[in-house]
Design a protein around this ligand. Structure first.
Ligand code: ADP
Ligand code: MG
Length: 247
């Protein structure tokens, strides 16, 4: 579904990636885990086709429709919840009654009933992110790209939305690539986890995680064991300045 092969990317003289390769199968759930500034957003931008200045191959299957969820929600403040969620269908010329029904179904699935006419400024962070996820899923994409989608939420809301994502995936069957700097998030959500580090950024460790995504997984021995392993891998690939920092 997604194929990255020999990817190279530079900003001016700074080389971000030199030779990055990985694949994501259809229905897969990949977490890209790495320190701030390692190139996660750059990679998602490339996969989304928003940045074409790279070498090598970075392809999402030609037939696949995809959506992109950003950290800062990206909602239109002058549109209410229903209008924000329904916007992609409107842009595709979907008739209003069909749109209405699809939006109502999506809002019910995301637990946003009763907020149809609310504007983003009246919503909590968790509600805004649900609206953003609803807007991304309303077109039934094959691939969902998420860039640190839960990092600005409080811990309880974050956990709730983290639980929601696998449930949505099971029901709607899309492939996800999620960038995060949270070990717990990567281990809870990533069927496959790639730890990114070094300079230029490369894959320093890869983990398979067949048990991910069920609410019980968080309290399982396997979750803690893998979290420890992933943490060790992330620390081993930490930027040098952190190692030498007095704090
Ligand atoms: P992450 O999402 O992992 O925090 P980014 O992909 O945003 O990392 O950035 C990777 C590196 O590239 C950072 O050092 C950042 O400062 C730099 N960078 C990002 N976008 C640009 C740009 N448009 N021009 C120059 N440098 C950039
Ligand atoms: Mg980023």
């Amino acid at each position: 579904m997604i194929q990255v092969h020999g990817l190279g990317k530079r900003y001016g003289s700074r080389e971000i990636f030199a030779d990055l390769s990985f694949t994501v199968p259809e229905g897969g759930s990949l977490c890209l885990l790495g320190h701030s500034g390692c190139g996660k957003s750059t990679l998602l931008h490339i996969l989304a086709g928003l940045d074409r200045l790279y070498s090598g191959e970075a392809a999402v299957s030609a037939a696949a429709g995809f959506s992109y969820v950003l950290q800062n929600y990206g909602l239109f403040p002058w549109k209410n919840v229903a209008e924000n969620v329904g916007l992609p269908l409107r842009l595709r010329g979907v008739a209003r009654p069909v749109r209405r029904e699809a939006v109502a179904r999506m809002l019910a699935e995301l637990g946003l009933n009763g907020l149809e006419r609310s504007y983003p400024s009246r919503l909590s962070g968790g509600q805004k992110q649900r609206v953003a996820i609803g807007r991304a899923l309303i077109t039934d994409p094959d691939v969902l790209l998420l860039d640190e989608p839960f990092s600005s939420l409080d811990a309880i809301t974050r956990e709730h939305l983290q639980n929601l994502l696998p449930a949505l995936r099971r029901h709607r069957r899309f492939t996800t690539v999620l960038a995060t700097h949270s070990i717990e998030e990567a281990v809870f959500l990533g069927r496959n986890i790639l730890v990114l580090g070094g300079s230029p950024t490369h894959i320093t460790a890869a983990f398979d995680n067949p048990g991910c995504g069920t609410p019980d997984y968080r309290s399982s021995d396997e979750f803690f064991r893998l979290s420890r392993e992933v943490r060790a891998a992330l620390q081993a690939s930490a930027p040098a300045f952190e190692e030498n920092s007095p704090c």
